[in-house]
Design a binder for this molecule. Structure first.
Ligand code: MN
Length: 253
C-alpha cells in the first residue's frame, strides 16, 4: 500500500529556501542574545530585558517575533509559562531566555539558561543533567532514530530517574511538563511533535527543537533548546550558541 502524504507531512519538509529563512532567523536571534547578555546588570527587570529583545529584533530588520519573548529570573524560571514582569535580576539567579524571530514568515526558536554569578552545586548539577538529557536525545537522532516517542523517552527517562516528582514544579508528565520538542516552520509549533505518546515519525528535511528542562518547585528551572535539521542519517544543529556549563556562568563586570 502506498503511503499518501498528508499536508502536514509535506509542510514539515523544508525546501532549501525555507531552511535558509529559518537559519537566517536563528542567526538574528543569536545576535540579539549576544546584545542581551551585554546589557544584563544586577537589578535590571525582566520586562526591561524583554523590551530590549523586541527592540533588537527591529534593529536587525526582523521586527516580527516567533512569539512574545520569555525572560525569567530566579524562581520564575520554574514557571514554563512565565510572562516577563517587574522581577529584578539578583546575584545567584537562574536566567532563562526563550525567544525567536522570523524571516519571510519562517520562525526560529531557542532557549538558553544562564547563571548570574557563581551558581551553587545544585544549580550546576541541574544544568549538567538537562544538558546531558539533550545530548542523549541528540545522540539518538544522530544514530538515525526517527520515532518521536523514542527520542522523547531518551531524554525524559534520564531526568525522570534523577528527579523526584514531588520536587518538580509541575509533574503531570514524568521528567518535564512538556514535550521534548516540536517542528518549526511558518508557525512556531508545527507537526511533528516529540511527546511520550507521539506516534509521529520524523521526515527527512524537517526542523525540530530539542528542549528538555527541569523545573524545581519554588527554586527555579533550567531549559536548553536547540533547533536541528533532521537528515537521512542524523541531524544538523542549526543553533550556534555555546551551552557548556562554563559559557553560561555570567559575572557582572
Ligand atoms: Mn520551542
Amino acid at each position: 500500500m502506498t503511503h499518501i502524504k498528508l499536508i502536514h507531512e509535506i509542510r514539515a519538509v523544508k525546501s532549501k529556501k525555507e531552511l535558509a529563512n529559518i537559519i537566517k532567523a536563528q542567526r538574528i536571534s543569536e545576535g540579539v542574545l549576544l546584545d542581551v547578555l551585554n546589557t544584563l546588570k544586577t537589578n535590571i527587570t525582566e520586562i526591561e530585558v524583554a523590551n530590549f529583545i523586541k527592540k533588537s529584533f527591529i534593529k536587525y530588520g526582523a521586527p516580527i517575533l516567533s512569539f512574545p519573548p520569555i525572560v525569567a529570573f530566579g524562581k520564575n524560571t520554574a514557571n514554563i509559562h512565565h510572562e516577563p514582569g517587574k522581577s529584578k535580576l539578583k546575584v545567584g539567579d537562574n536566567i532563562m531566555f526563550d525567544f525567536g524571530g522570523t524571516v519571510n514568515h519562517y520562525c526560529s526558536d531557542m532557549t538558553r539558561t544562564y547563571f548570574w554569578g557563581n551558581p551553587s552545586k545544585k544549580q550546576k548539577k541541574v544544568y549538567s543533567d538537562v544538558l546531558h538529557a539533550m545530548e542523549l536525545a541528540l545522540t539518538k537522532i544522530g544514530r538515525g532514530e526517527k520515532r518521536a516517542k523514542v527520542i522523547d523517552a531518551s531524554a525524559r527517562q534520564f531526568l525522570n530517574k534523577k528527579y523526584d516528582k514531588k520536587k518538580l514544579a509541575l509533574s503531570e508528565v514524568e521528567g518535564f511538563p512538556h514535550g521534548l520538542g516540536h517542528g518549526v516552520g511558518t508557525v512556531i509549533h508545527e507537526w511533528p511533535n516529540f511527546k511520550p505518546k507521539s506516534e509521529d515519525t520524523l521526515p527527512v528535511g524537517c526542523v525540530m527543537t530539542i528542549e528538555p528542562g527541569i523545573y524545581l518547585k519554588g527554586k527555579g528551572g533550567v531549559r536548553i533548546e536547540d533547533m536541528v535539521l533532521i537528515t537521512k542519517n542524523g541531524y544538523k544543529n542549526l543553533t550556534d550558541v555555546p551551552k557548556n556549563l562554563n559559557s553560561i556562568i555570567l559575572q557582572e563586570n
